[in-house]
Design a protein around this ligand. Structure first.
Ligand code: MG
Length: 462
């Protein structure tokens, strides 16, 4: 994403995100955290709620983390500081510590100038849209219940996050069966929050780990989003090492992209599909959840297991998690984010790695063959700057034009507009976290996907 000096503070179901020193400053972090703390106090009627707080490794994390913890302390919360950990590790620790809520300082895959705050509730789930809106309202109105001096508590440190998270992930899979295969794995942790836990997990699974960008110092060695153009070094290294598989985490280690043994970037869409295949083989049919921008492959895999139900949701982890019952098999998004309820309700690159390795340990064939046996579609993802589209106010009328133009087809307006036709689909929606419009199309061929995206953009008048 280009640096946008005028980018606003983005407030959404995904939390708050902004440019450090401009829209994301210590006062903003403290006030947002305090507003969330106040929300939890009132909603749960607890005077001193317990919060687990973690942060990804980016440079601004210590500063904003200190501010956020000060904000929480100031409303009387008991704060457990987890330090630099993966976002899903905070989800795990909320459960382990029996905390009332959590807060993560992260801007996920956004480049270095960005940072943000992500809320998790007592179940370790991002709050659903209604609650997120209430928190934003309280932040905007400075509606905060500060406490007096005798109600302040010292901040506690808990360094057990990584070990606790890894222990849970190991319970998902047959550790010995994976270890017997002696896999060689190249892991690119982009010097992010998943460095230590990612390496330790793979080591515990008996893998030989070639670790790229494995220092959690927040100095991103390449553009962070785990997409093909940013992962060419990883692909080359997988080939050079003769590795079984390559994995790429994003800076807060919730998303995972996978590279096959030939060094082929198989696409972040496949992470959820591969994980779903393994979980359904292991657990049998059940409920799966995926957002509306996720490939049809998930429907095809589910169809192999009669009795499965795929629930489609608005984009955003909170929406996916909200659609998942306690016994859901798996949930996630086509951006490489997979939610495994047995571990936590947050997208988790660690669970994803373990499950993909379990799939490979069970398979008689290399990953490239597993992937080639799956149905294949062409998907394209475009971004349009809101400024180029006429600003945020121009978007709703454009979406209405789009929905009207396709009134005869299957149209969903749950999140932007998604149009399903017999041989493909296109989804147009404003991003929750960036000032852009996303256009995603999928069809049997690239040309058809391009045509669907072009037609939709034309119909919307964009
Ligand atoms: Mg992320």
């Amino acid at each position: 994403m280009p640096e946008m000096p005028d980018a606003p503070l983005m407030l959404s179901v995904s939390g708050a995100r902004g440019l450090v020193g401009r829209t994301m400053t210590p006062p903003v972090a403290a006030r947002f955290a305090a507003a969330y703390g106040t929300y939890v106090k009132r909603a749960r009627t607890i005077e001193a709620p317990t919060f687990c707080v973690g942060r990804d490794g980016r440079q601004s994390g210590a500063m904003l983390g200190a501010a956020a913890m000060a904000g929480l302390t100031g409303i009387g919360a008991r704060v457990i500081d987890l330090g630099v950990v993966a976002t899903p590790t905070v989800g795990v620790m909320i459960d382990r510590c029996d905390a009332d809520a959590g807060l993560v300082l992260t801007a996920s895959h956004n480049p270095k100038p960005w940072n943000g705050l992500k809320c998790l509730n007592g179940r370790g789930v991002a709050p659903p849209p209604g609650e997120a809106a209430a928190i934003i309202e309280m932040f905007r109105n400075d509606d905060i219940d500060w406490v007096e001096v005798d109600a302040l508590r010292p901040i506690e440190d808990d360094p057990a996050g990584d070990a606790t998270h890894i222990e849970r992930v190991l319970r998902l899979v047959d550790r010995d069966a994976i270890a017997r295969r002696g896999f060689r794995v190249v892991l690119d942790s982009i010097n992010g929050a998943g460095c230590r836990s990612g390496r330790d997990l793979l080591t515990a699974l008996g893998c030989t780990v070639v670790h790229l960008n494995g220092e959690p110092n927040g100095r991103f060695a390449h553009t962070p989003e785990p997409i093909e153009e940013n992962l060419r070094d990883l692909c080359a290294r997988v080939r050079a090492e003769g590795a079984t598989v390559g994995f790429a985490q994003d800076p807060d280690a919730d998303r995972l992209a996978v590279v096959d043994e030939q060094g082929r970037f198989i696409g972040e869409e496949y992470t959820l599909v591969l994980a779903a295949l393994q979980r359904l083989r292991t657990l049998g049919p059940g409920v799966l959840a995926a957002n509306l921008s996720t490939s049809r492959m998930i429907d095809d895999v589910a169809a192999q297991f009669p009795g499965c139900e795929v629930r489609r949701t608005a984009v955003g982890e909170a929406n996916v998690a909200a659609a998942m019952p306690e016994d859901a098999r798996i949930g996630g998004e086509g951006n490489g984010g997979v939610i495994v309820p047995d571990v936590c309700w947050v997208r988790d690159s660690l669970s994803s790695m373990a499950i993909v390795l379990a799939l490979l340990a069970e398979a008689e064939t290399p990953l490239s063959a597993v992937v080639d046996a799956l149905p294949r579609y062409a998907m394209l993802k475009r971004k349009v700057d809101l400024a180029d589209a006429g600003g945020r106010d121009a978007i709703d009328p454009a979406l209405e034009r789009l929905a009207a133009a396709y009134a005869g087809e299957r149209v969903s307006t749950v999140d932007g507009v998604r149009i399903d036709v017999a041989d493909g689909w296109v989804h147009v929606r404003p991003s929750n976290t960036e000032p852009i419009l996303r256009i995603i199309a999928e069809a049997n061929t690239v040309e058809r996907a391009e045509a669907l995206a072009d037609e939709a953009t034309g119909a919307a008048g964009l």
